[in-house]
Design a protein around this ligand. Structure first.
Ligand SMILES: Nc1nc2c(ncn2[C@@H]2O[C@H](COP(=O)(O)OP(=O)(O)OP(=O)(O)O)[C@@H](O)[C@H]2O)c(=O)[nH]1
Ligand SMILES: [Mg+2]
Length: 460
C-alpha cells in the first residue's frame, strides 16, 4: 500500500445527517483543499493557523459552481491524528453534497482511503502503537461502559506503558548478558547470575499476570459466550427461554427437538452474554442429529463457559456419560433442571465428575433457582476483576505473544540455573523481547497490519 500519497474519505457514516466530515491526509492536503475552498482567508496562498476552524464555501474548480458552505480545519503535521498534514471539512450532511465534495477532491489528485488507513498512518508515523490502534476499534465498537473504559485506558496508553516498562526491564537484562559475553575474557565482574535470574523471574511474573487478564479483557470486549449442553430433553431450550424471558427456542417433549445451534444475546447486569442453545448430546444419534451434535461440539469449543444441564427427574444414562466425557476441562456451571419434579437420583451419583462443585438446582418451568444461575454467570464473568488487575489484554494476539514471551523467559531462567552460557540465555531473552515488541508493533508484518486495520471503517 502507498503511504506517501494524499488520501481522502468521508469520516461520518453514510446517509443524511446534521453534518458530514471529509478528511484529507497527506503532503498535498492543503494544496488540494486550496483549489476548492474559498474564504476571506485564502488558504491557497498562506498556511492557515493550525487547529483553527475557518468558515468558507466549496466551489467546483472546473464549473465554479458553489456546492456547500463548510467549516474547514487545518492540522499541520506532525500534530494531527495521522501525523501528516490533515484537513477536515465539515459540510451539511446531505448524501449528494458530501459525495460531490469527495468527488471534487478525488479529481484534484487525492486517493480514496482504504478502511482504517488514517489510523494505519497514525501507527506508521508513531502517533500510536499497535495496542492503541486496536483500542480505536474497540472504542468504536464498545457496547458497554466497561468495554468503553477499557478501550479508553488502552487508547491512552495504559497497556502500552505496562508492556514498555517490562520491555525496558528486559532490555537491561539483555544488556548485562551481552556485556558478559563481550568482556568475559577481560576479567571484569558483572551483575551476579542470581540477580539476573531474579530480574527474569520478575518480568515473567508480570507478563503472566497480563496473560491471566485475558479472560477478563475478552469478556469486557466481547461479552461471555455460554453454551447450554446436555442430553436430549434435559430442558436446554426451556432454560434459554427462561433466561431470555421470551419463547425463543422451540420446546417439545420429543427428545432431539433442537437440531441446530441457536444464538441469542442477553445482558446480565453490565455484562453482555451470548447464549447458545445446542442439540442434545446423544450416544447413538440419527444422521441429522449427528450433524447437530457436531455443531454442539464446535459451539462448546468456542464458548467461555458451559452450562451443563442434567435432568435428575429421569434416570442417569449413557447420554449423561457422554456429556461428562465431552466436556474436558472447559469451565462449567452444572445445573440440575426440573427441580419441580420428583428427583430420581442425587448428586452423589456423579460425585467424581462434580469434584467439589455444587450443582445449581433450577426449574425452567417454574423459574425456581434462575436467579442463582444468573448470579453464577455474573460471578464467572467478573472473576478476573477480583484479581486486582486494572489493565487487561483484550485480544488473542496479545495473549499469544505474551504467552510465548513468558515461555521464552522460563527457558532463559532454566538455562541460567543449569549454568548454561550467557549466549544461550540471551537467545531466549531476545525471543521474549521480540514477542513483547510484537504486541506493541515494534516489529510487524504488512499482513498483520492489513488484518488489524481491515476491521476499521473507511474514514477512520
Ligand atoms: N416439569 C418440567 N419440565 C421441564 C422443565 N424444563 C423443561 N421441561 C420440559 O422438558 C421437555 C424438553 O424440554 P426442552 O427444553 O425442549 O429440552 P432440550 O434439552 O432443549 O431438548 P432437545 O432440544 O431435544 O435436546 C419439554 O416438554 C419441557 O416442557 C422443568 O424445569 N420442569
Ligand atoms: Mg432443545
Amino acid at each position: 500500500m502507498e503511504t506517501n500519497d494524499t488520501i481522502v474519505a468521508v469520516a461520518t457514516p453514510p446517509g443524511e445527517g446534521g453534518i458530514s466530515v471529509i478528511r484529507i491526509s497527506g503532503e498535498n492536503a492543503l494544496s488540494i483543499a486550496g483549489k476548492l475552498f474559498h474564504s476571506s482567508f485564502d488558504i491557497s496562498k498562506n498556511n492557515p493557523p493550525s487547529h483553527k476552524v475557518i468558515f468558507g464555501e466549496i466551489r467546483d474548480p472546473d464549473s465554479k459552481r458553489v456546492i456547500d458552505e463548510v467549516l474547514l480545519t487545518w492540522f499541520e503535521k506532525p500534530n494531527s491524528y495521522t501525523g501528516e498534514n490533515v484537513i477536515e471539512i465539515s459540510g451539511h450532511g446531505g448524501t449528494l453534497v458530501t459525495s460531490t465534495i469527495l468527488e471534487i477532491i478525488l479529481r484534484q489528485g487525492a486517493r480514496l482511503a482504504e478502511p482504517g488507513e488514517f489510523t494505519r498512518r497514525a501507527f506508521i508515523h508513531g502517533r500510536m502503537d499497535l495496542t492503541q490502534a486496536e483500542a480505536v476499534v474497540d472504542l468504536i465498537e464498545a457496547a458497554s461502559d466497561r468495554a468503553l473504559n477499557s478501550a479508553v485506558s488502552q487508547l491512552k496508553g495504559g497497556l502500552s506503558r505496562r508492556i514498555n516498562n517490562l520491555f525496558d526491564q528486559l532490555l537491561a537484562v539483555q544488556a548485562q548478558l551481552e556485556a558478559a559475553i563481550d568482556f568475559s575474557e577481560e576479567g571484569l565482574t558483572f551483575q551476579s547470575r542470581e540477580i539476573t535470574g531474579q530480574q527474569i523471574e520478575d518480568v515473567k511474573k508480570e507478563v503472566l499476570a497480563l496473560v491471566g487478564s485475558f479472560h477478563q479483557g475478552k469478556i469486557i470486549r466481547e461479552g461471555v459466550r455460554i453454551t447450554l449442553v446436555g442430553k436430549p430433553n434435559a430442558g436446554k431450550s426451556s432454560l434459554l427461554n427462561a433466561l431470555m424471558q421470551e419463547e425463543r427456542a422451540i420446546v417439545t417433549d420429543i427428545p432431539g427437538t433442537t437440531r441446530d445451534t441457536l444464538e441469542e444475546k442477553i445482558r446480565v447486569k453490565d455484562i453482555h452474554v451470548v447464549i447458545i442453545d445446542s442439540a442434545g448430546l446423544r450416544n447413538k444419534p440419527e444422521i441429522i442429529e449427528e450433524e447437530g451434535i457436531q455443531r454442539t461440539r464446535n459451539a462448546l469449543e468456542k464458548s467461555d463457559l458451559a452450562l451443563v444441564v442434567f435432568d435428575p427427574s429421569q434416570p442417569l444414562d449413557e447420554n449423561d456419560d457422554l456429556l461428562m466425557k465431552e466436556l474436558g476441562d472447559k469451565p462449567r456451571c452444572i445445573l440440575f433442571n426440573k427441580s419441580d419434579l420428583e428427583q430420581k437420583w442425587e448428586k452423589e451419583k456423579i460425585k467424581e465428575f462434580l469434584k467439589d462443585e455444587e450443582p445449581i438446582s433450577v426449574s425452567a418451568k417454574t423459574g425456581a433457582g434462575m436467579q442463582g444461575l444468573i448470579n453464577a454467570i455474573y460471578d464467572f464473568a467478573v472473576k478476573g476483576d477480583r484479581m486486582g488487575e486494572s489493565i487487561f489484554i483484550t485480544r488473542e494476539r496479545h495473549r499469544n505473544h505474551l504467552q510465548k514471551a513468558a515461555t521464552a523467559l522460563d527457558t532463559a531462567y532454566e538455562s541460567l540455573r543449569s549454568d548454561c552460557s550467557e549466549e544461550l540465555i540471551a537467545v531466549d531473552v531476545n525471543l521474549a523481547l521480540e514477542h513483547m515488541g510484537s504486541v506493541l508493533g515494534k516489529s510487524f508484518e504488512e499482513d498483520l497490519l492489513d488484518k488489524i486495520f481491515g476491521q476499521f471503517c473507511i474514514g477512520k
